[in-house]
Write a protein that binds this ligand. Structure first.
Ligand code: 9WN
Length: 438
């Protein structure tokens, strides 16, 4: 009889290469996104990494997440960066002395023993915890992984829902473009245009030592990122009152998906989960009520400070396709947009661009203004399968795997040609490749 296919048995295979990337980027208790460009632990990167790592070592995936959770603040926030004290300060900007999480009276209950940033990233963690638990439920029961992660996830989601509903409409706002994770998306251009940038000479970027300037955000973008982060820090990381607050469809959709995962975790732990699923349903309704744009068949971002929807189509507008409770009409419209001229899937592109191909700001190489990213592709592949578009999902999966291999696990790629951009041997590209192979 034929043996079951074991992808790891092929030396030099995509599986073996992806595994090597994760081994090289492992620091002993967590994984760096890239050894050159991002030499610390990042929040949503670690969640995606755990999703792949669980196929190699469920214990290591658990450790990845536990390390991140040990940097959680008393108010529940999970910081977007956990700094490695062994890495020189000038290796990444902004460094710990910019964020000052352990000084200035431990703002908002930042942990005393580890240095972190003060902003957050998309809440993919409950999903990652649930999938990591499922990879080896026996181990997780024996070492209490799920039981110990649960209260941390609850307080993380409560932080977002209690402190970040800045638009008072039941959704979470991000207060910095880095929080949403798609740093220089053209969706941020209108709200950012109101922010006076920090003077160019007042900080030194470290990213340009490792990345081509035409693939990265501009100096003007950075000036504004710095100004917003400094103001937040100087307010003691207290929410409300800042110059930037945006309700984003991807951030909120990931929160909803993670609320459902938290419901599954509760059932597994013998805790009633009805309230959790009801909250996810409420959030889904708020997402549709506040951000759905019928005319374009896409979700949009809402600028909370003006109350206006932002008329730019970043790929975040499609990510709610991952939600099982999305009604079929909305899901169909999203798939239409994904395959239409703005994103071109299956006609002009084989991967999902990060921004509208027809948009005035489209640039196939500049970071989140056009290139295709693998975490986005992975999410869209799931969404397509979930809503019954198996053929499209299979073609996207194939394209993601081929391009991950040919680009040496690039951070992002030209959505037309698959040409590698940014860092190579990027952790979530390798991790999600492994997940797609299993
Ligand atoms: C700022 C680590 C992170 C990702 C983000 C990506 C990029 C950082 C940067 O790298 O952002 O957080 O310095 O550009 O945009 O999504 O988590 O991989």
């Amino acid at each position: 009889a034929a043996l079951p296919f074991d992808p790891s048995s092929l030396a030099g295979s995509l599986h073996a290469r992806a595994r090597l990337v994760l081994e090289d980027n492992w620091q002993g208790a967590s994984t760096v996104p890239s050894r050159s460009l991002y030499p610390h632990q990042w929040s949503w990167d670690s969640a995606f990494v755990a999703i792949g790592l669980r196929h190699l070592s469920p214990l290591r995936a658990q450790t990845e997440l536990r390390t991140l959770f040990s940097a959680q603040w008393d108010d529940g926030r999970i910081p977007h960066i956990v700094f490695n004290p062994a890495v020189p300060h000038d290796a990444y900007f902004p460094s710990p002395d910019f964020w000052r999480s352990t000084t200035a009276g431990r703002p908002s209950g930042a942990p005393p023993a580890v240095q972190t940033s003060g902003i957050v990233q998309p809440p993919v963690h409950a999903l990652a915890v649930w999938l990591t638990h499922r990879a080896d439920p026996g181990l997780s029961r024996t070492n209490g992984f799920l039981r110990r992660a649960y209260p941390k996830l609850v307080s993380w989601h409560n932080y977002l829902l209690r402190h970040r509903d800045l638009g008072a409409g039941g959704l979470v706002s991000v207060v910095h473009p880095w929080e949403q994770g798609m740093d220089n998306s053209p969706c941020w251009d209108p709200p950012l245009s109101r922010v006076t940038p920090a003077p160019a000479g007042s900080f030194t970027r470290a990213d340009l030592a490792h990345g081509a300037p035409e693939d990265r955000p501009t100096d003007l973008d950075y000036g504004r990122y710095v100004k917003l982060a400094m103001d937040y820090r100087d307010r003691g990381y207290v929410d409300g009152g800042g110059e930037f607050a945006v309700e984003d469809p991807a951030f909120n959709a990931l929160l909803i998906a993670s609320e459902h995962a938290l419901g599954l975790i509760e059932t597994e732990l013998g805790i009633r989960s009805a309230a959790r699923h009801a909250r996810a349903a409420r959030l889904t309704r708020a997402l549709v009520d506040r951000l759905w744009d019928e005319r374009h068949g896409a979700f949009l971002c809402r600028d909370v400070l003006t109350g206006e929807l932002i008329e730019e189509h970043g790929v975040a507008s499609l990510i709610p396709l991952i939600l099982p409770a999305l009604d079929e009409g909305t899901a169909r419209a999203l798939v239409g947009t994904l395959c239409g001229p703005r994103f071109g899937l299956g006609s002009s592109t084989r991967l999902v661009p990060s921004y509208d191909l027809t948009g005035a700001c489209f640039d196939p190489h500049r970071y989140w203004r056009g290139p295709a990213w693998f975490n986005v592709g992975w999410l869209m592949e799931h969404g397509l399968r979930l809503h019954g578009h198996g053929e499209l999902a299979a073609a996207l999966r194939e394209a993601l795997l081929t391009t991950a291999g040919s680009s040496d696990f690039a951070e992002y790629v030209d959505p037309y040609t698959g040409e590698a951009c940014g860092a190579r041997e990027f952790s979530w590209t390798a991790a999600l490749t492994l997940d797609l192979l299993h």
